[in-house]
Design a binder for this molecule. Structure first.
Ligand SMILES: CC(C)(COP(=O)(O)OP(=O)(O)OC[C@H]1O[C@@H](n2cnc3c(N)ncnc32)[C@H](O)[C@@H]1OP(=O)(O)O)[C@@H](O)C(=O)NCCC(=O)NCCS
Length: 156
């Protein structure tokens, strides 16, 4: 099973915001699509987004730039997959690309009834893998405080 996936395409005029750059909502859609593809690829199951964290828009994306959305599994729980997503952009005429967005998105594999089901564990192989796994775990700990603070808005 593939651990990582990259979507590549041109930023189109239909995705423009009021400032003439790519709309933040379009970038969030790409992040969700790349994360979803990565999660389904890894788990071989239908998956749903349970959490999107800390989206940081570092640089704007210009219409006409080549966009690469890289998604990779950096941690698996029992039913969840923590996926790091990086969005890169570059002019077609240049080789240097710039990271424009980074975030962590968590997907859960579910059955036909929408009930979480176990996924295959991802085991870090390299030093870089272990560093990414540790990063995911530190973010989980940091999120506990945020979750507690926001929990009053979580009742349906
Ligand atoms: C995702 C969903 C099935 C989880 O159901 P649930 O009853 O909360 O299930 P659980 O408590 O067993 O949690 C399932 C997993 O989600 C993880 N999870 C729950 N809340 C989380 C959060 N805030 N951040 C990260 N992971 C979270 C749990 O840690 C668990 O992972 P693990 O099995 O690897 O330990 C349910 O919340 C849901 O259907 N949400 C809507 C999903 C959706 O429609 N997404 C599209 C966006 S509109």
């Amino acid at each position: 099973m593939e651990r990582a996936i990259t979507l590549r395409f041109l930023a189109e005029p239909g995705e423009v915001n009021f400032g003439g750059k790519v709309h933040g909502g379009a970038v969030m859609r790409w992040i969700d699509q790349a994360g979803y593809s990565c999660a389904v690829n890894w788990s071989q199951r239908y998956c749903v987004t349970v959490y999107v964290g800390g989206i940081r828009f570092l640089k704007p994306i210009q219409i006409g730039q080549l966009v690469e959305v890289e998604a990779r599994v950096i941690y698996t729980g029992t039913t969840s997959m923590h996926i790091a997503v990086d969005v890169w952009a570059r002019e077609l005429s240049q080789s240097a690309r710039q990271r424009t967005t980074h975030c962590i998105i968590v997907f859960v594999a579910v059955d036909e009834a929408g009930k979480p089901v176990p996924v295959q564990a991802w085991e870090p192989q390299t030093e870089e893998d272990r560093s990414q796994r540790d990063y995911a775990q530190r973010l989980m700990q940091l999120r506990e405080g945020i979750e507690k603070e926001m929990s009053r808005f979580h009742s349906t």
